[in-house]
Design a protein around this ligand. Sequence first.
Ligand code: ME8
Length: 530
Amino acid sequence: MSEQQTFYITTPIYYPSGKFHIGTAYTTVASDAIARYKRLKGFDVRFLTGMDEHGQKIQEKAQESGMHPQDYVNEIAESAKKLWDTMDISYNDFIQTTEKRHVDAVEKIFQKFLNNGDIYIGEYEGLYCVPCESYYTETQLMEGKCPDCGRDVQKVNEESYFFNMKKYADRLLAYYEDNLEFIEPESRKNEMINNFIKPGLEDLSVSRTSFDWGIKVPGNPKHVIYVWVDALSNYITSLGYGSDNEELFNKYWPADVHVVGKDIVRFHTIYWPIFLMALELPLPKKIFAHGFIMMKDGKMSKSKGNVVYPEMLIERYGLDATRYFLLRELPFGQDGVFSPESFVERTNFDLANDLGNLLNRTVSMMNKYFDGEIPTENLQETEFDAALKSHAESVRIRYEESMEKMQFSVVLSEIWSLVSRTNKYIDETSPWVLAKDEADRNKLAAVMNNLAESLRHIAVLIQPFMTNAPKQIMEQLGLDDKLLAWDTIETFGNVIPRNIKVVEKGTPIFPRLDAEIEVAYIREQMQGSV
Ligand code: ME8
């Protein structure tokens, strides 16, 4: 038997600085969609997420809430896991950077940098933004504030270890050139080259002495290791790199893709590859940087009262509608706006009207014309069948192309083109007319079979995005979940077995929302989130 191909995908590890909003959920759901897709295609997938628990910001947050930092981060890690379980995130591992497996390995990584002469000790004088855990020079500031988040920066003057970044700049550029798909979208790559690498990489301060919530520098415990050196290493420490058992590391590294938001591209496309080069390890195959979910009045922030939490949407509208919206509404890679109106519209139009109705109509016609049984024999093609079949076939091909590029909104619009095409097929074939003439009985049978088959294709295709609807569709059609396997949609038709009975009465899988009431509800919840 040939060995199963592996696929390693990661999300950023998030800061435990508060409750997760839909932005964090967005990255995680997108990564989950890829993980599910690759599993569906037969890959041996490893999907990592976790928490970035060290650093000055977290120490200060813990102090504010009167807790020991370890208790503080553990509590948030538990609530994060609960949220990911609620959202059906199919992660294989959840790493916390305060775990021993990580701490031990990061100490070894730092020691290796020291041994190889990549790190030297010096004096750091400069500016630091605590919320971004990031260093800046005077000229990088925007009106005296942090260029990334607009907040005040602190003057830092302390002894520090420095990483010699310059040494690797040429190799990094060569890697970009040889691996054209390393950074996506491409615009981010140009930004990195023109804004950071070409002007000359500065040596990076990789330790701090003014607080102690972090991993100690081996042999010099006055220093804690810079939180980004600590954090980025999670992608390999979680695989056992530097431990007694590197089996997972050997199997899954290099990562196929690190999914990140546009705010942390620099760390992933400059620092991380350079650290890996210093460790003499292969670099990840791709860093995909997506855009941000914005609100009509700008960034989500508690003070503006415009924060949307995933739990609220899931409780009221269900997980599938929430996951669908996140991946359908925003073109992955670009910023997009969340509005209560667009959420309600998508749910009503795409889910309740288009998909929900198609299932309902199909099930009720099957009951009306064939006593609930999906006809599989004596099928006489209608003039409209070939177009439906070829559409389903072409959707599958375009779906695969766009999925590889992580163009989720394109993939979903492709699937919905099959939903619309199938609804149109009902209008074209007018089963209620065929049902009037016994001579058209076999044509009616073919139409019913094609409708069930088309819905089955849709159920297979939506699996990376929705976790309940595929099973609900199969259940209403009376079909076994085995028919959700990818290879069952390689052809259209001849898959549904004989003597299958659909349910007698299908319940709507996506109830229609009262737009006015629900828009007001979401808005109220956003304001209540202050
Ligand atoms: O940066 N829209 O953690 P973090 C879309 N610990 N995505 C958003 C978003 C929004 N409005 N807001 C946040 C860190 N995100 C580091 C990462 S990795 C080794 C260390 C997502 O909690 C997006 O993926 O600030 C962004 O990159 C990430 O959350 C930042 O999470």
